[in-house]
Design a protein around this ligand. Structure first.
Ligand code: PLP
Length: 393
């Protein structure tokens, strides 16, 4: 008789990625406009593509390399952090290039926690953060934010226990689009310092702010370096998602732990992708600025059209990233409603439950991946679909 290996594993309690679930339903309904995936509609700068071509003829690009990242790329990252983020990577901090921000976060969790520890995630959170924390054998502690998805220091303070190791902030936020206020980030950073916790600041949308909103990096605050882990990504800014390059600045005392994780999970980031990243950083932030301006116009359309839902829904200000988090005033179950929107109205959004918003019916609306006219059409379907479904009840 065949012996089947079946036992409980660490993955059993971890939520399944939501994007493929919604993707499966979308595939069954041709013509659906997806306001689901969090990607941009543009690709990398041509200079980055040329750098990959050059790298392919370099024999060393096919070998293993150092785990912290190609020295030239690390040098450019260090210059960028000093010039744009106000983070001086001097003695006391270290940079590591990773296969995207997700991997940087996983390393950070593994390097700062022991099984059974707690990590505080203000709501709404990015689902892969919760998943990483749970896979590490830790507990993700959800804390409420205010009605604009801004941090509530009282709630964070109240959630701290003897097992707490870190507080995570994401600004600009996925999935809410909120740009967290500088004062609240300062308060969290100081609280972490005073209570001996790490502040993990995930900043992949640093360039995506609109109107008067400004991004600020907690790693730049005075005295932040010894307890702040700052995570960045090229995925969004440079249309680089498939090349898997991000980087993390962390306190040097975590170096051995970070390197153990990097060496085991990745060994080194793909060399050709690192060459591409160095070329992209040379082009710099100017590359994505026209795209951000175009997204600002799209965002205005999204906010104005969603406003037409009136009493049926609430959409707090979303001054960053390319998301907003819509609260629909209904008792319907979010995934069931999302499925009806796809099947009956050919528009897809992501249920807020994946982001920890389990009290009420929330949807993340993503507008970065499509052209303006398509987003406008998609939002029209969403507004029309929600009206039709909610008003028939
Ligand atoms: C908040 C946040 N962190 C990390 C990531 C993952 O970025 P990367 O592609 O660099 O792994 C995303 C992607 O959507 C994100 O929204």
């Amino acid at each position: 008789m065949l012996n089947t290996v079946r036992s409980a594993t660490r993955m059993d309690g971890v939520q399944a990625p939501i994007i493929p679930v919604v993707g499966d339903i979308i595939r069954q309904v041709p013509g659906t406009i997806s306001l689901g995936q969090g990607i941009v509609h543009y690709g990398p700068p041509p200079e980055a593509v040329a750098a990959v071509r050059d790298a392919l003829s370099d024999p060393t690009a096919h070998e293993y390399a150092g785990g912290t990242g190609h020295p030239e790329l690390v040098h450019r990252v260090s210059r960028k952090l000093a010039e744009e983020n106000g983070i001086a990577v001097a003695r006391g901090s270290a940079i590591m290039v990773t296969a995207g921000a997700n991997m940087a976060f996983m390393h950070a969790v593994l390097a700062t926690t022991a099984p059974g520890d707690e990590v505080i995630l203000p709501l709404p959170f990015y689902f892969n953060h919760e998943m990483a924390i749970e896979m590490a054998g830790c507990r993700a502690v959800r804390v409420p934010t205010d009605e604009r998805y801004q941090l509530r220091l009282d709630a964070i303070r109240a959630a701290i226990t003897d097992r707490t190791r870190a507080v995570v902030t994401i600004s600009p936020n996925n999935p809410s689009g909120a740009v967290l206020s500088e004062s609240s980030l300062r308060e969290v950073n100081t609280l972490c310092r005073d209570r001996g916790l790490f502040h993990i600041a995930d900043e992949p949308y640093e360039y995506f702010t609109y109107g008067a909103a400004r991004h600020v990096s907690p790693g730049s605050f005075a005295g932040a370096a010894p307890h702040t882990i700052s995570i960045y990504s090229l995925s969004k800014a440079y249309g680089f998602a498939g090349w898997r390059i991000g980087y993390v600045v962390y306190p040097e005392h975590l170096e051995s732990a970070m390197m153990k994780s990097q060496d085991t999970i990745l060994i080194c980031p793909t060399i050709a992708a690192q060459e591409a990243a160095a070329a992209a950083l040379d082009v710099g932030r100017a590359y994505c600025e026209p795209h951000v301006r175009a997204l600002a116009e799209i965002r205005d359309i999204v906010v104005a059209r969603l406003g037409e839902l009136g009493p049926l829904a609430t959409v707090p200000a979303a001054d960053g990233a390319f998301y907003c988090l819509l609260k629909v005033h209904t008792d319907l179950e979010p995934l069931a409603l999302a499925e009806r929107l796809i099947r009956e109205h050919k528009v897809a959004v992501i249920p807020g439950t994946a982001f920890g918003m389990t009290e009420g019916c929330y949807f993340r609306v993503a507008y970065g991946a499509l052209q303006k006219a398509t987003v406008a059409e998609g939002i029209g379907r969403l507004v029309g679909g929600l009206r039709a479904i909610l008003q028939e009840m």
